[in-house]
Design a protein around this ligand. Structure first.
Ligand code: SAH
Length: 225
């Protein structure tokens, strides 16, 4: 694609324009997202490039959208809220993400922390997400095709872990892979009954905070080609 055309696409036109994006940021702020760095990163991340072209005009609505394979790109409010919770206690170095999906949350995180380690079970989603991050020149991310229930033990421990699919219970492997003081943000439950939780590895054991009802697709088992 020609350079100018490429820039135009990144900046967006019409329903993906800067003004449409500003409205989303205003809305997130009104809904209680206060971390200025998170809001700024969401403002400059072109969410319309993470969905099918046919859905691009809806990319700056505060809603989850289908990305194929029965999966969805997370709602911007959830991406903002979970990022804010991860960063609440200060900057983070190593963050593992479970459920790369479109790569949108990955792209946001990669601009907020030093390094992101992102695990996805569906290979084709992972490949597409990888391409998008390269296109956007976000290079501090490594990807693993695998089962998020197992985390990524070889590169543990992590200062933060974020799970973007709902788990029936908190996976033990993820607790084990948290560094001292490390923070895990994860939706827990099933079907209609899901709660967002923040779990922190304390000097002794873990503290848990329940942050309210959420709606995510399920954390499934095993990798899928
Ligand atoms: N944050 C992503 C959300 C994608 S939806 C985005 O904004 O696009 C949740 C993702 O979790 C899906 O891509 C799904 O394939 C993935 N997933 C579900 N179970 C998983 C598992 N056990 N391990 C890794 N990824 C999983």
């Amino acid at each position: 694609m020609a350079r100018e055309q490429d820039d135009l696409m990144r900046r967006g036109i019409g329903m993906t324009s800067q003004r449409t994006r500003e409205r989303l940021i205003q809305r997130l702020y009104e809904e209680g997202v206060t971390n200025a760095q998170v809001l700024e990163v969401i403002r400059r991340t072109p969410r319309h490039l993470f969905v099918d072209e046919a859905l691009a005009h809806r990319a700056y609505e505060d809603t989850a959208l289908p990305i194929g394979h029965n999966q969805t790109i997370s709602q911007p409010y959830m991406v903002a809220r979970m990022s804010e919770l991860l960063l609440e206690d200060g900057p983070l170095d190593k963050v593992m993400e479970i459920g790369t999906g479109s790569g949108y949350q990955t792209a946001v995180l990669s601009q907020l922390v030093e390094r992101v380690f992102s695990v996805e079970r569906i290979k084709v989603l992972q490949d597409r997400a990888k391409e998008r991050l390269v296109e956007l020149n976000l290079r501090n991310v490594v990807f693993r095709w695998g089962d998020g229930w197992e985390g990524w033990p070889a590169l543990a421990p992590y200062n933060g872990i974020i799970v973007t699919a709902v788990a029936t219970d908190v996976p033990q492997a993820l607790l084990d892979q948290l560094a001292p003081g490390g923070r895990l943000v994860i939706p827990v439950g099933s079907g209609e009954v899901q709660q967002l939780m923040l779990i922190v590895r304390e000097e002794q054991g873990f503290s848990r905070r329940v942050l309210g009802a959420v709606r995510f697709v399920p954390l499934l088992n095993g990798p899928l080609a």
